[in-house]
Design a protein around this ligand. Structure first.
Ligand SMILES: [Zn+2]
Length: 299
C-alpha cells in the first residue's frame, strides 16, 4: 500500500477531532464499507460514544476498536493518533515522559500506550522471515558495566542479531533477547526467524555448530574479536546503532522490557526506505494488531 507523507499540519487536519479519528478507523477497518458480521447487512449506525457500530437490520453491535490496540481504551482516539505520530516521526523514538507532557496524559498511561505501539510494531515484523545471505551474531545489552562485549558478562542480556546482507546495504533485520546463548535456544530463534536453507555467516562460537545440520549453508569462521566487525559488518553496525538508540531517548532500558525497545528499533530500521510513509504505516499496524492489556504489558 502506498502511503503519502503527512506533515504535522496535514495530520492535524486529517485526524484533528475524535470524530475524524473514528471515521478514519472505520474506513481503515472496512475499506469496502461496513458489513454486519452476523447478517451481512451493509448499513449501520454509530451509537453512544460513537465507538460502537450497530447493524441497522439485526442490531448486532461491533466496537470500532475491537481487534485494535485501542480496544477498551479510556484515552481519546485523538491522543492515540498523536502518540503514533510522535512515536513514528522521531528516529530516536519518544519517551513516555515526553509523550505524557505533550498529550497531557498520566505517565503510566503514556508508558502503556508506547508499549502497545511497540507490540504492534513487533507483530508486523514477526510475520517476516529472513532469507538470502544472513549475518548472525550475539550482543549483550544493558547492565552498568562498560567494557568489551563478551559472552556471559554480568548484568547483561544476550540478544541474537540477524541481518540480511545485500553487500552494499542491509536488508531486513531482527533482534531477539535470548535466555542463554546455549545451542538449543539459539537454534529455536534461528528456526523462527530465518527461512529454511539460507546462507548464514557467524563467528566460530560453539552454539552455531548445528546450523549446517539444520539445512543452512553455514560459514562459521573463528574470528578474533577485533576482526569481527569486518567479517560481520552489518550486524555490528546494527548493534551499535541499537545501543545508541536505547541510550539516547530511553537512557537505557531494563532487561524486562528490552525486547520491546529492540522491536521498535528494528521496526524503524526495516522501514528506513519508507521513512516518509512511516506514520500511516504505523497507524495501520496499530489498527490490525491484536489487543494487549496493561497486565500483559507488565508481565
Ligand atoms: Zn446485522
Amino acid at each position: 500500500m502506498i502511503q503519502p507523507e503527512l506533515s504535522l499540519l496535514q495530520f492535524k487536519k486529517r485526524f484533528g477531532t475524535e470524530r475524524a479519528c473514528q471515521n478514519a478507523l472505520e474506513k481503515m477497518r472496512w475499506p469496502e464499507g461496513f458489513q454486519c458480521p452476523k447478517c451481512q447487512h451493509i448499513k449501520a449506525t454509530r451509537i453512544k460514544t460513537r465507538r460502537l457500530l450497530q447493524c441497522s437490520k439485526c442490531h448486532f453491535q461491533v466496537s470500532l476498536t475491537s481487534g485494535t490496540i485501542f480496544h477498551k481504551t479510556r484515552t481519546p482516539l485523538q491522543k492515540w493518533f498523536w502518540a503514533i505520530y510522535l512515536a513514528s516521526q522521531d528516529k530516536g523514538g519518544v519517551s513516555a515522559m515526553r509523550l505524557s507532557k505533550q498529550l497531557e496524559l498520566g505517565y503510566k498511561t503514556a508508558w502503556a500506550m508506547l508499549h502497545k505501539i511497540r507490540k504492534a510494531m513487533a507483530q508486523r515484523d514477526n510475520g517476516y522471515t529472513l532469507s538470502g545471505f544472513i549475518e548472525l551474531d550475539d550482543a549483550f545489552f544493558g547492565g552498568a558495566a562498560k567494557g568489551r562485549r563478551g559472552r556471559g558478562a554480568a548484568n547483561k542480556t544476550p540478544v541474537l542479531v540477524m541481518v540480511e546482507s545485500k553487500g552494499e546495504h542491509a536488508g531486513f533485520i531482527t533482534m531477539q533477547t535470548v535466555e542463554s546463548m546455549e545451542r538449543p535456544q539459539v537454534e529455536t530463534l534461528v528456526k523462527k526467524h530465518i527461512a529454511p536453507a539460507q546462507r548464514i555467516r557467524t563467528d566460530g562460537y560453539k552454539s552455531y555448530a548445528g546450523l549446517t545440520e539444520m539445512g543452512h549453508r553455514h560459514d562459521g569462521n573463528p574470528v578474533p574479536a577485533n576482526k569481527a566487525s569486518e567479517d560481520l559488518p552489518w550486524v555490528h553496525t546494527a548493534i551499535s546503532n541499537a545501543k545508541r538508540f536505547l541510550l539516547g531517548t530511553y537512557h537505557g532500558v531494563s532487561h524486562k522490557h528490552l525486547q520491546r525497545y529492540l522491536d521498535e528499533f528494528c521496526y524503524r530500521f526495516n522501514r528506513r526506505a519508507w521513512e516518509k510513509q512511516i506514520t500511516l504505516r504505523l497507524l495501520t499496524a496499530c489498527i490490525f494488531a491484536s489487543p494487549i492489556t496493561y497486565a500483559e504489558l507488565k508481565a
